[in-house]
Each structure stands twice: as structure tokens, then as C-alpha cells.
Design a protein around this ligand. Structure first.
Ligand SMILES: Cc1cc2nc3c(=O)[nH]c(=O)nc-3n(C[C@H](O)[C@H](O)[C@H](O)COP(=O)(O)OP(=O)(O)OC[C@H]3O[C@@H](n4cnc5c(N)ncnc54)[C@H](O)[C@@H]3O)c2cc1C
Length: 473
């Protein structure tokens, strides 16, 4: 990290912050600095100098005005579940935690829209709209603890993206606070908007580096009435991966099409103390089908079974009861945490066109073999999004240090050569920024730097994220 100069949070700044948001919403105790100094990315810890927890958008604006005048670094934070270190306050300064802005402001059943504050927990919105027969599909596996602004800022996906799309596809407008405290609005309860630059979509995925999101307009859809789930074991990684485009080519779009290799299933089984059928298979696909007509869902399930068998599946487990479906979901959602509990690790979030998932998977395994490192792969195969977990296990510290980076670069070069890119949904943040040049030319990165400078000329908003550190001159 190159040294960048920001001013410290002095006693005088603290008292200004207390005045801006109320003393109860300012924390400098050791516990807070520890909690807000890390997220779910590896074991990084960067304690801030102060944590502010505004309770309304005006207070966010006042905090940014102070930070702007005093030239203090500000790191926005939502649920702290990020996997690329986006919420880490690399330069200390202020963590601007939006968790107390957590009200669902409106569920508009005429326009099929929700208006929310940025700190609403994703699952809480999903449950609230389901009560009125509506559906908000984007569902990162962390949906019980991540917050909507974090989902927007990372352009989060999730298992249902294959049929329903990702967070960005549901955002029709935002209110946001710029680095100097100016409040801006864009979009609203609009399904169409061809008016000027699309600031909403520009701020989505910008990982808190361009603006602080303070209100969100989200599109909702009718809740599908029926769903069923299949767990399909395969004797080889190839046959499992090959089945993904085969299902889609047959004109079937499952609501979920997830891939887990044997190690991922076994590790999750152990982590949760459960037993999953056929866990000795090389890989399994977890497939959900949904719709409004029960008979047609059953018909589709039969067709998916046939296709899977043609591709070499050894069995098909049909999970029709919601208890069984929940158990399979728990197993899939636990995979990340289970891997993390096993070893020092690094998680990659490769994405390729769906029909390139076989060469990606086999190529990753070949690179890992050559470097003598263990990988555990799972992910949203229907989206071509493969999470590659690289585990240190009992590798020596020196070999880990020497082999990890070149192996990752090779994996990313392979991903890009297959028409893919280096993050599908977890973002670049802190931990991935050094790899950005694998995905973009110097000219493209320079354009991003100019964009950042236009939004935030003093560079105080989430400094040290996304853009690689400039070469020392
Ligand atoms: C077990 C587990 C499973 C996961 N599964 C998935 C998955 O299936 N799909 C997926 O996409 N991700 C997944 N993730 C990653 C993570 O949950 C997502 O990236 C999520 O969107 C982060 O949301 P958050 O609320 O935790 O944000 P945080 O981690 O707090 O912040 C993320 C980024 O958002 C910025 N930010 C926060 N608030 C604001 C704001 N108000 N305005 C502007 N920027 C802001 C931060 O600065 C940071 O850059 C998983 C993580 C875990 C731990």
C-alpha cells in the first residue's frame, strides 16, 4: 500500500462528528475499532480511528462535509460480509457504518417496487415482500447478514442469478451522498430511464469509492408459487460441468444451478455435522426449478433428470419437502465458512461465459497441481461463476508465499483468455486490486482513475480500493 496523506481524527473532529450524528452514534471504544476494522476477507485487520453510525441521510451528508473539510479518509460499511476487503479502513480515519439506516420505507404493490434505506438486511427485505406475494430474488449466500447497500456496492449476485439476474438488475434508482456531502438523486420507481448518464448503475459496483448510498429503489416481481430441488451426483468434474450448458441448451432455465465439487460437499457436511447423499461423487449439481404451475415444474424436473443422466449422472435426489430443500441450502450456504474454518485460504471469484466452465475448471485444477496447491471449487455454474478457494493446508509458509501469487495470476490469465473476468460478484476491493491489470489495459485503468477523481477529487472516499497502487516513481 502506498502512503497517502490523510489528516487524523483529532478531538476537535470527534466533537464535530458527535454534533453531526449525536454522541450515541459515535464509537471509539476498542471493541468497535476491532469489529469495524475487519470484514470477512481472509484475516485482514485495519482499525479505524472512529466509527460513526448515522441514523438518517442528512447525518451521512454532515459526516461527509466534515471529512471533506478536514481531509479525513472515510470507509462506508454495511454488513461487513465482503470477501474482497471493500469495507476495510486501510487508512484509519472514519468508518461510516450505515447499519442504523435500516428501515423498509415502502413496499409499493401497485408499481411492484420497494423503497429502502441502505442498511436493510437482504433477507429481511425478501421476507417482508414475500408476505405480500412478491419476490426480491438477489440472494447472496450471506443474505442473513449482508445489507442492501453492500449488495449494491459489490454488485452482488447469488444462486438465483441464473434465472433472475443480480442486484444491479433490480435497482431502478438511488439517493447518494458525494465526497463533499452533496446529496444526489437518480432514477426512482421507474422501469425505464433514458435521461442522461446512468448514475445509478455507475455507483452500483463502485464499492463505496464514488458515493455513499442512502436510499434505494428496487424492482420486485411476483413470487413463483412452486419450486422443487434436485441434487445430482456425477462421477467426474467434466460431466457435472458439461451438464450446465446441456440443461440451458434444452431451453430450460433453472432458478438455481449450483456446482460443488466433492471436497466442498464433504467439508460442508463435516462443518454442519450432516450427511449428504452420494457425497463420494466427484461433483454434484444443485438445481432448483420454480414457476406457477406445479405440473410443468414436475415435467421440467423429469427432463432435467434425463439430461443429467445422458451426461453421466449416477443418481438424482429429488428434494420436494421444504425441510429437505432447506437442508441442501444450508449445506451450499455453509461452503464458504466451512472452507475458511479449515485452513489459511484465498478465495477467487472467476467468471466465464457459461459454456467455458469446463476448460476453466480443468485449467484451474491443472495450474493448482503444477504449483502443488489445493483448491476447493464451488459456485454459480449456471452463471459461469466459479469460486476457487485456494487452501494453504500444510504447505510451508515460504512455498505459500512464493506460489500463491503466480498461481492466481495464471488462473486469472486463463479466465480472461476464456472470455471471462477476475470477479463475478465479490468485487475487487483491497485484496484483488493488484490483479486488476490482468483484466484491464493501462488506458482502461486510467479512465477509471479519472472517473474516481471526478467524483472524489480529494480521494477521501474508501481510499486504496479497486485501483491498483501506482508504480513508485
Ligand atoms: C458466507 C458468505 C457467503 C457469501 N455469498 C455471496 C454470494 O453468494 N454472492 C455474492 O455476491 N456475495 C457473497 N458474499 C460476499 C458478500 O456477502 C457480498 O459482497 C455483500 O454484498 C456484501 O454486503 P455487506 O452488506 O456485508 O457489505 P460490506 O462488506 O460492509 O461492504 C461491501 C462494500 O460496500 C461498500 N458500502 C457499504 N455501504 C455502502 C454505502 N451505503 N454506500 C456505498 N458503498 C457502501 C463498502 O465500502 C464496501 O466496499 C458472501 C460472503 C460470505 C461471508
Amino acid at each position: 500500500m502506498t502512503a497517502k496523506k490523510f489528516n487524523p481524527v483529532t478531538k476537535q473532529v470527534l466533537s464535530r462528528l458527535c454534533e453531526a450524528v449525536g454522541a450515541d452514534n459515535v464509537r471509539t471504544d476498542r471493541e468497535a475499532l476491532e469489529i469495524y476494522g475487519s470484514d470477512e476477507t481472509e484475516d485482514f485487520v485495519f482499525p479505524p480511528e472512529v466509527v460513526v453510525l448515522p441514523t438518517d441521510a442528512d447525518a451521512v451528508s454532515r459526516v461527509m462535509q466534515i471529512a471533506w473539510e478536514e481531509e479525513i479518509a472515510v470507509t462506508p460499511r454495511a454488513g461487513g460480509t465482503g470477501l474482497s476487503g471493500g469495507a476495510l479502513p486501510l487508512y484509519g480515519g472514519i468508518v461510516l457504518a450505515i447499519e442504523r439506516l435500516d428501515r423498509i420505507l415502502e413496499i409499493d404493490t401497485d408499481n411492484l417496487m420497494a423503497v429502502v434505506e441502505p442498511g436493510v438486511i437482504t433477507q429481511e427485505l425478501q421476507e417482508a415482500v414475500e408476505k405480500v406475494g412478491l419476490y426480491y430474488p438477489p440472494d447472496p449466500a450471506s443474505r442473513g447478514s449482508c445489507r442492501l447497500a453492500g449488495n449494491l456496492a459489490e454488485s452482488a449476485g447469488g444462486p438465483h442469478a441464473v434465472k433472475y439476474g443480480i442486484t444491479k438488475d433490480y435497482v431502478t434508482g438511488i439517493e447518494a451522498v458525494l465526497a463533499d456531502g452533496t446529496v444526489v438523486h437518480h432514477g426512482g420507481k421507474l422501469l425505464k430511464n433514458a435521461t442522461g448518464y446512468n448514475l445509478t448503475q455507475l455507483i452500483i459496483g463502485s464499492e463505496g469509492t464514488l458515493a455513499v448510498i442512502t436510499k434505494i429503489y428496487l424492482k420486485l416481481i411476483p413470487l413463483p408459487r412452486y419450486k422443487t430441488m434436485l441434487l445430482v451426483p456425477f462421477p467426474t468434474l467434466e460431466s457435472a460441468a458439461r451438464t450446465v450448458p446441456a440443461i440451458m441448451n434444452a431451453g430450460i432455465t433453472p432458478a438455481v444451478l449450483e456446482f460443488m465439487e466433492q471436497d466442498a460437499i464433504r467439508i460442508s457436511e463435516r462443518h454442519l455435522s450432516i450427511s449428504i447423499p452420494n457425497s463420494d461423487a466427484a461433483a454434484q449439481l444443485l438445481i432448483e426449478l420454480d414457476g406457477d404451475d406445479e405440473a410443468s415444474i414436475h415435467h421440467l424436473a423429469e427432463r432435467v433428470c434425463e439430461i443429467a443422466m445422458e451426461q453421466g449422472a449416477s443418481d438424482v435426489l429429488l428434494a420436494e419437502s421444504s425441510a429437505k430443500q432447506q437442508e441442501l441450502w444450508n449445506m451450499r450456504r455453509a461452503a464458504g465458512e466451512a472452507v475458511k474454518s479449515l485452513s489459511v485460504y484465498k478465495e477467487e471469484d472467476t467468471v466465464v461465459p457459461r459454456n467455458q466452465i469446463v476448460p476453466l475448471l480443468l485449467g484451474v485444477k491443472e495450474i493448482a497441481r503444477r504449483y502443488g496447491i489445493k483448491t476447493v471449487c464451488y459456485g454459480h455454474a449456471g452463471d459461469g461463476n466459479l469460486h476457487v478457494n485456494i487452501l494453504k493446508m500444510d504447505m510451508s509458509d515460504e512455498d505459500w508465499k512464493n506460489n500463491l501469487d503466480p498461481a492466481i495470476v495464471e488462473m486469472f490469465e486463463l479466465t480472461v483468455s476464456l472470455g471471462g473476468t477476475i470477479s463475478g460478484e465479490h468485487g475487487i476491493g483491497y485484496s484483488q486490486k493488484k490483479y486488476l491489470p490482468v483484466a484491464f489495459s493501462p488506458e482502461e485503468i486510467d479512465l477509471m482513475r479519472r472517473l474516481k477523481a471526478a467524483f472524489d477529487p480529494k480521494g477521501i472516499l474508501n481510499p486504496g480500493k479497486i485501483l491498483p497502487d501506482p508504480e513508485p516513481s
